[in-house]
Design a binder for this molecule. Structure first.
Ligand code: FAD
Length: 328
């Protein structure tokens, strides 16, 4: 039987959505004769997290529980994966393209002497006697998409960007649990001396239902964009040009090197629509774009195109929203 493993990332014991996103996508794309396993490392595994993995499509949960694994540590986590792969090797091993995943995956692939497609945005499988992973990722500065296949070595590995795939649960599903002990004679070379909570609250653009985004064309209008976002309970986002100019923080960047978003409404002003930006927002349900250039690429993905000067449009939008809200 073919099998696919998905690494379940946790942070301070809290299961991260990326693992569930990958399980859901695998379950959608793979038939029942491919076994999907969720691989979890930590100190404890709660019933709630077990259920979440099962309902999202794991046929099997493989877990290694040890106090050394309570927090992410490159050395211990890579060792734990190596331990598992001594007994069996899956055809495919998927890891989120998060800070943890980007650190862990290359180390594991080098140890297992296999290839790794980093930062994939699309997964396809060819199911036959041999299961083949086709992982697609932006290449050459995002100007084209390359589909990469690693036919000759297993596991075929890829890291996948978070927030691309929808989490889908089916509560009728069941799974088996396999506990594998943690064996590691060496001590980690990494010693955490001190950890500090971010004082600046990280914006979770991927959860926003309404996004009011601005690009270089409106770089001096971010206070107005913020007012509009506040009026409608949305979040402000920005293009790379704005983030590079230090007008907005990196966690508000949308696109290939920022966050992938899929809000109900994406209101884009003064953004040209470079492929690197589009690839992070084109799954939005309704895209409204304002640009002075009728040939701006953003209009290719917009549902509503407004060819106008955003410096005139934005204050009008703000006043109109205020009037509507006052009337309510
Ligand atoms: C490897 C790589 C990764 C990248 N990753 C990202 C990424 O993740 N996200 C990202 O955004 N970019 C990314 N980029 C950069 C990307 O290629 C573009 O350079 C960037 O998106 C351009 O930002 P912009 O649209 O704000 O600026 P510009 O391209 O300069 O566009 C400004 C737009 O504003 C319009 N405009 C000007 N004045 C007005 C006005 N008064 N009213 C209305 N419209 C007006 C103009 O017509 C123009 O279309 C990446 C590039 C590379 C090479």
């Amino acid at each position: 039987m073919n099998n696919v493993w998905v690494f379940m990332e946790q942070n301070h014991g809290k299961l991260q959505p990326i693992g569930l996103e990958l399980l859901s996508e695998c379950r959608r794309k793979l038939t029942q004769d491919t076994q999907i396993s969720a691989v979890y490392f930590g100190e404890h595994l709660t019933d709630k997290d077990k259920d979440a993995m099962t309902f999202c499509g794991a046929d099997e949960i493989i877990c290694t529980l040890d106090s050394k694994l309570s927090q992410y540590d490159t050395h211990y986590y890579a060792k734990a994966i190596e331990n598992l792969m001594k007994h069996e090797r899956p055809d495919v091993f998927l890891i989120g393209s998060t800070l943890q995943g980007r650190d862990l995956a290359p180390r594991v692939s080098a140890r297992l002497n296999t290839g790794l497609t980093a930062d994939a945005t699309l997964l396809e499988f060819e199911q036959g006697e041999k299961l083949l992973l086709l992982a697609t990722r932006p290449a050459l500065g995002g100007n084209l998409f390359a589909t990469i296949i690693c036919e000759n070595n297993i596991p075929q590995m890829a890291t996948i960007r978070p927030s691309i795939f929808k989490i889908e649960e089916d509560k009728s599903r069941a799974s088996t649990l396999k506990e594998v002990p943690f064996v590691c004679e060496s001590t980690s070379k990494v010693k955490v001396l001190h950890s500090e909570k971010l004082t600046h609250k990280k914006v979770e653009l991927n959860k926003a239902q309404v996004i009011v985004a601005g690009g270089r064309g409106v770089s001096n209008m971010f206070p107005v964009l913020k007012d509009i976002a506040n009026l409608i309970g949305g979040e402000v986002a920005a293009s790379r040009a704005v983030v590079d100019a230090n007008i907005e923080q990196k966690d508000r960047l949308v696109g290939q090197t920022g966050t992938t978003v899929h809000p109900k409404v994406y209101f884009a002003s003064g953004i040209s629509g470079a492929i690197q930006h589009i690839s992070g927002m084109d799954k939005s349900e309704l895209i409204i774009a304002v640009n002075t250039d009728p040939n701006a690429l953003i209009f290719d993905v917009a549902d509503i195109s407004i060819i106008a000067d955003a410096k005139q449009v934005l204050p009008l939008v703000k006043e109109e929203l205020k009037a509507i809200l006052a009337y309510k």
